[in-house]
Design a protein around this ligand. Structure first.
Ligand SMILES: Nc1ncnc2c1ncn2[C@@H]1O[C@H](COP(=O)(O)OP(=O)(O)O)[C@@H](O)[C@H]1O
Ligand SMILES: [Mg+2]
Length: 261
């Protein structure tokens, strides 16, 4: 998998006499196989627009998005999306929610359940297969959403603040789980988050965006997740001196944008 966002701009037309919004201006980004790209930036800087562009939900006003040599024309099974507000089907149980994307692909029930089994296992949902999803905690519901996204075997997983509504402890557990699922899978991830700590901990590459117009202003290579995957505890990685120094540097960039708003 190789993704290129090339000089992409998005202008939303103004509604009812209001002026138009340039949500993205000439953005360039490359995502290679196995990369974990995290996106930070003040509210309204175009993070979700960038993700929706790559998902194929929004078309660029200028520029193009190329996935494995082909211009993206719309959504596809090679990309899966998880939003902060999970889009689960409350009347279905965990198993049928996880298998839902496969039923959209027209796969038979036996095959759907067989594939879903694996992701129910790795996301720690074993024992809850028959529970209706509305009976689960927020953290478990988000894991169902991630399991569902993975069943379609996407090359690129697009996550728009998927952990934003979780309490601190559940969120840390979910970060660790996502890293373990990603590690060695060869899949690429694009994760949007409001948490600088989460971004630094999870990504192999960090991009920081600024608003009006939305654009990428900084890029950092990261290797903190490798320390965790090599056996260091998440807390000790997050408490290390180089982690804290970079966290403060990135916070200053974002605070400067928030103050200018
Ligand atoms: N569908 C839309 N129509 C008009 N304006 C939009 C639409 N979606 C987003 N915007 C505007 O585009 C800008 C970027 O939005 P968004 O990509 O959601 O930013 P972020 O996810 O970083 O908060 C904001 O000013 C927002 O109000
Ligand atoms: Mg957003």
């Amino acid at each position: 998998m190789s993704l290129q966002v090339i000089d992409a701009s998005v202008v939303y037309p103004g509604q009812r006499g209001r002026s138009s919004t340039e949500a993205l201006h000439a953005v360039n980004l490359t995502v290679e196989a196995g990369e974990f790209v995290v996106v930070l930036g003040a509210s309204g800087c175009g993070k979700s627009t960038l993700l929706n562009l790559i998902a194929g939900f929004v078309a660029p006003t200028a520029g193009r998005i190329v996935l494995d040599g082909q211009n993206i024309q719309g959504p596809g099974a090679d990309r899966s999306v998880v939003f902060q507000k999970h889009a689960l089907l409350p009347w279905l149980n965990v198993r049928d929610n996880v298998a839902f994307g496969l039923s959209l692909q027209g796969r038979g029930k036996a095959e759907r359940y067989k594939i879903s089994e694996h992701f129910i296992e790795i996301l720690g949902l074993r024992g809850f297969e028959d529970a209706p999803v509305y009976t689960l905690s927020g953290g478990m519901q988000q894991r169902v959403g991630i399991a569902r996204a993975l069943t379609c075997d996407p090359k690129l997983l697009l996550l728009d603040e998927p952990l934003g509504a979780l309490d601190a402890l559940t969120r840390e557990r979910a970060q660790e789980l996502i890293l373990r699922v990603w590690d060695g899978s060869g899949k690429s991830v694009l994760l949007i988050t409001h948490s600088v700590e989460e971004a630094l901990f999870m990504g192999t590459k960090l991009i920081v965006m600024s608003p009006r117009p939305g654009r990428i202003t900084h890029t950092f290579e990261l290797s903190f997740s490798r320390r965790f995957l090599a056996g260091q505890t998440a807390r000790s990685v997050k408490a290390s001196a180089d982690f804290i120094a970079l966290r403060e540097q990135v916070l200053q960039i974002i605070f400067a944008d928030e103050e200018a708003a």
